[in-house]
Write a protein that binds this ligand. Structure first.
Ligand SMILES: NC(=O)c1ccc[n+]([C@@H]2O[C@H](COP(=O)([O-])OP(=O)(O)OC[C@H]3O[C@@H](n4cnc5c(N)ncnc54)[C@H](O)[C@@H]3O)[C@@H](O)[C@H]2O)c1
Length: 268
């Protein structure tokens, strides 16, 4: 497919890029002309994912646990050294822990917060330090944070996860306004997928059964698909298309905004 935006000469860092939405984003950014650093807690899978991207600019895969603070300066330094700069950060890595609110533990909430929210703070801080005028990259840039529809509306079994995704949504807006006012030339937006056909998406079906909303997997599918006006799950590539647009100069007047990719679910 012909890319609809050009990212020629731009350098991108995508977290959680070994599979699912993260890999789709890395591949779409790469196809649009960017060089890409793919990071994942599964290092060999990140390397393999990067090796599958051929015919374009540089693609490198390295291990990174996004919840580990020491890893952030290391991956930004790798981007600068291997890709020649840093223009795009996609804070994609995240985990899903479902369950009814009355059944969730504080430990679950803490773990979700660590991986889904603290990583976004550390990622924005590390990337913006490099992207800002006078920084080691110094060309401004675009930061895209993966939130969720569950960060905008309530969904049974999603309260702890949704709370962290709501934090990502507002964190993105605050960062966007601050970076624009400070003249950094860095845009920040959040992307809100509905149920996407990835390993994490599959967990949502099981969770509906676990909390007693559905009797079995087939029942869970019926309930979930019934909530989506387009009547199907989303594809990782459909989320990636939005990410490419937000990464590119074509979205130059968009910052601090939330972009929903959910087949109409949150509109119904
Ligand atoms: N799939 C959906 O239905 C859906 C819906 C809304 C939002 N999202 C969000 O989109 C993002 C990607 O979701 P996905 O469906 O592709 O998930 P996934 O579970 O299919 O893939 C996540 C990737 O992140 C990696 N990862 C997990 N923990 C990590 C860590 N601590 N450090 C680095 N990498 C780590 C995994 O190894 C994996 O490669 C997440 O932030 C998720 O919350 C997904």
């Amino acid at each position: 497919m012909q890319p609809f935006c050009s990212l020629n000469g731009k350098a991108a860092l995508v977290t959680g890029a070994a599979s699912g939405i993260g890999f789709a984003c890395a591949a779409a950014l790469y196809r649009a002309g960017a060089s890409v650093l793919l990071t994942d807690i599964d290092g060999p899978a990140a390397e393999q994912a990067a090796a599958s991207l051929i015919g374009g600019a540089t693609a490198i895969g390295v291990v990174q646990d996004v919840a580990d603070q020491a890893g952030w300066p290391r991956v930004v330094a790798t981007a600068l050294a291997e890709l020649g700069g840093l223009d795009i950060l996609v804070n994609n890595a995240g985990i899903y822990i479902g369950g009814a609110l009355l059944g969730n533990s504080r430990e679950q909430l803490r773990r979700l917060n660590e991986v889904n929210v603290e990583s976004v703070f550390m990622g924005m801080q590390a990337a913006a330090s490099a992207m800002q005028p006078g920084g080691d990259a110094g060309r401004g840039g675009s930061i895209i944070n993966l939130s969720s529809v569950a960060g905008i509306v309530g969904v049974p079994g999603h309260s702890a996860y949704g709370a962290t995704k709501g934090a990502v949504r507002l964190y993105s807006k605050h960062a966007a306004v601050e970076f624009a006012r400070f003249g950094y030339g860095i845009r920040v937006n959040s992307v809100h997928p509905g149920v996407i056909d990835t390993p994490m998406g599959a967990q949502v079906f099981d969770d509906l059964v676990d909390i007693g909303m559905a009797e079995d997997r087939a029942g869970a599918e019926q309930i979930l698909l019934g909530m989506i006006p387009q009547g199907r799950l989303g594809l990782a590539g459909e989320v990636a298309n939005m990410v490419v647009f937000l990464a590119a100069d074509e979205s130059s007047y968009c910052t601090g905004q939330e972009f929903v990719v959910d087949g109409g679910a949150s509109a119904a």
